[in-house]
Design a protein around this ligand. Structure first.
Ligand SMILES: [Zn+2]
Ligand SMILES: [Zn+2]
Length: 418
């Protein structure tokens, strides 16, 4: 182990800053960073700080572009389905209304939140924050507003919705005529703009623009804001962060209990989510049920291998990885072991990043229910298994959010100061 954090380029100045790692809790020193320099934790490899690669204006332009594209993406129909001369055009909100009218409110809520409400709210908060930062004004609400935006980030899923639409489109194309309408193309570009905002925006730099870190806290008194990573004195513990307003705790409070309860509930629901049908196709009064696993098998049988692989990874492999991974982390904390600490921390980062992609099937179910409704001829209906599956996805996402990876290092008795 080295005493200073490792650097990706050699551009290093003399004074040093003190930073605590979000993933393993190690407090370590880094010299002030310059353009295109990234400091990573010397113990677990997490990114500690990255100096602004892009000016704020780039993020602002993409956020405004995404916000403008949201209008045609949400107000125009995305798909046009036709069967025996009947046409059905559906907008994104059609997925929500058709699930509600079919009595699937518990499924309509996550679909509506993740595909419509949260992306719009997230973009609105982000655009407002960046617009104000381009002026000299620094109102007090700016930090809390950017905190709302960054908290909503993983729950804003236009990109996952696009993938769900792609699966729905491919499956439908095999049985009937389906055209991508103007709103569908707009949604695709909208989702691209949303991804561009995420790539271009350097959150650390935005926080520094809202309120610069004074870097005045000594290493042994350092406490990190769990949200904006402001380095504050330990006396701030239990109080709101001066920059973002989040309550500062040394570790996420009640992390283990909350994570254990959420994982337990997810395990229970995992059984009906996989055993019960998630969809049924009713043709001339005859219903055919489909399970999550069956959906992937049907894609293989239809020769759609790449799509089958995506669905298999998102709907089967990722939920299992989340459940098994988080169980492993919780057990290793109980056992106070230091084995595979780095590997576990790395796996935790992967689980946090990919968890949202399990919603592909949730969106696909919502879309197929909305698109295929041709009375006695053919209808596709959501089934109770879909509610259990959506619940497993949300519960495991909440579990990985509530888990504090630093507890693994604490339990192993690792020193937290270099
Ligand atoms: Zn670390
Ligand atoms: Zn903060």
């Amino acid at each position: 182990m080295t005493d200073a954090a490792s650097f990706h380029t050699a551009e290093i100045a003399r004074d040093e800053d003190v930073l605590a790692c979000r993933d393993c809790g190690l407090v370590q020193s880094t010299p002030p960073l310059h353009r295109s320099v990234e400091a990573s934790c010397c113990r677990c490899g997490a990114t500690l700080a990255r100096e602004h690669r892009h000016p704020l204006s780039g993020g602002f332009v993409w956020a405004v572009t995404a916000l403008l594209l949201a209008f045609p993406a949400y107000l125009e129909p995305i798909f046009d389905v036709s069967a025996v001369g009947i046409h059905h055009a559906t907008r994104v909100d059609g997925t929500v209304t058709s699930l509600v009218s079919a009595g699937f409110l518990p499924l309509a809520i996550p679909v509506g939140l993740f595909s419509i409400a949260i992306p719009v709210l997230w973009l609105a908060c982000l655009t407002t924050t960046l617009a104000v930062l381009l002026t000299p004004a620094r109102p007090r609400w700016l930090g809390p507003m950017f905190r709302v935006a960054t908290s909503l980030d993983i729950w804003a899923m236009p990109d996952v919705f696009v993938m769900g639409s792609f699966v729905a489109y491919t499956r439908l194309q095999a049985v009937t005529r389906v055209d991508i309408a103007a709103g569908g193309w707009a949604f695709l570009v909208f989702s691209f703009a949303v991804t561009a905002v995420r790539v271009v925006l350097d959150q650390h730099y935005v926080w520094e623009q809202i309120m610069p870190d004074t870097k005045a806290v000594s290493r042994d008194r350092s406490l990190l804001c769990p949200h904006c990573a402001l380095d504050v004195d330990q006396a701030h513990g239990g109080k709101p962060c001066p920059r973002c307003g989040a309550i500062i705790h040394e570790r996420k409070p009640g992390s283990l209990q909350r994570c254990t309860a959420l994982i337990g509930a997810a395990y229970l629901l995992y059984i009906p989510a996989n055993l019960l049908p998630v969809l049924s196709t009713v043709r001339f009064g005859r219903a055919q049920n489909h399970t999550i696993f069956g959906g992937a098998v049907e894609l293989i049988q239809a020769g759609m291998w790449p799509l089958a692989l995506i669905v298999f990874m998102a709907s089967i492999a990722v939920p299992v990885l989340k459940l098994v991974g988080l169980t492993w982390f919780l057990l290793s904390i109980r056992a106070r072991t230091d084995r595979n600490l780095k590997r576990r921390t790395r796996l935790y980062r992967v689980i946090e990043a990919i968890g949202r992609w399990s919603n592909i099937d949730v969106f696909m179910i919502g879309l197929l229910t909305a698109l295929v409704n041709f009375g006695n001829l053919t209808t596709i209906e959501a089934q109770p298994g879909a509610i259990a599956f959506a619940a497993v996805v949300v519960l495991t996402m909440l579990a990985s959010k509530s888990f504090d990876a630093r507890l693994m290092w604490d339990a192993a008795g690792e020193r937290n100061v270099t």
